[in-house]
Write a protein that binds this ligand. Structure first.
Ligand code: PEP
Length: 224
């Protein structure tokens, strides 16, 4: 089971250090835990991954960080393709695939996010799979350090998770494309995590809002 926290644009460096210290008061030997803090809170810690980076060692990409900056903290884990980067920051599939391939070549563990918007979900599972297939363009779905995160856009940060049946059916379809772990993300909370992780082809969860409270996140890990 994999349980990952995405802080997005929340928490300072000091808060993140305190969070990690508190998180490690529990034993999670049987669960793989990952924490994605904002860039200013990146630290040398096994749990830490980067929410984003530019596919370059270094160079002229104002406002971005590259491999050189991640190497400084020994970071070998990255989140790519999150819906907020696709839809708010306007990242195209071509650019996302370029990032994927750069960080693959550099041996990173890649949490690769996919997910459909509500208008596609309303058209049914076939339309959803067609949409997701596009988000697989240029991605090596058998990369040994790949972890896929299925996160329906309409479920992210809305408090409304996908239903058990929707998750089961969608993960079963995604499984046809990859043998690697598939996480579910989108309003996973303390009160629904147990039901979600029991679903076939769900290998863990990616948690946004609910991960911000370390005591809640610790309980979620215990449930996993
Ligand atoms: C996310 O952004 O990856 C996410 C799953 O957010 P939330 O848990 O808040 O829906």
């Amino acid at each position: 089971m994999i349980v990952a926290a995405n802080f997005k644009t929340n928490k300072t460096r000091k808060e993140t250090v305190e969070y990690l210290k508190e998180l490690k008061t529990i034993d999670f030997e049987n669960v793989k835990v990952a924490v994605f803090p904002p860039q200013t809170a990146l630290t040398e810690d096994d749990l830490i991954g980067a929410q984003n980076a530019y596919p370059t060692v270094n160079g002229a990409y104002t406002g971005e960080i590259g491999l050189e900056q991640l190497n400084e903290f020994n970071i070998k884990r990255i989140l790519i393709g999150h819906s907020e980067r696709r839809h708010i920051l306007g990242e195209t599939q071509e650019f996302i695939a370029e990032k994927f391939n750069f960080f693959k070549e550099n041996g990173f563990e890649i949490f690769y996010c996919i997910g459909e918007p509500l208008e596609i979900r309303k058209k049914g599972i076939d339309a959803v799979i067609e949409y997701l297939k596009n988000q697989f363009r240029g991605i090596d779905l058998e990369y040994e350090k790949l972890i896929v995160a299925y996160e329906p856009v309409w479920a992210i940060g809305t408090g409304v998770s996908a239903s058990i049946d929707e998750i089961r059916a969608t993960h079963a379809e995604i499984r046809k494309f990859t043998s690697k772990p598939i996480l579910y993300g989108g309003s996973v909370k303390l009160n629904n995590i147990e039901d979600i992780i029991k679903i076939k082809n769900v290998d863990g969860v990616l948690v946004g809002s609910a991960s911000l409270d370390v005591n809640v996140f610790k309980q979620m890990i215990k449930k996993a």
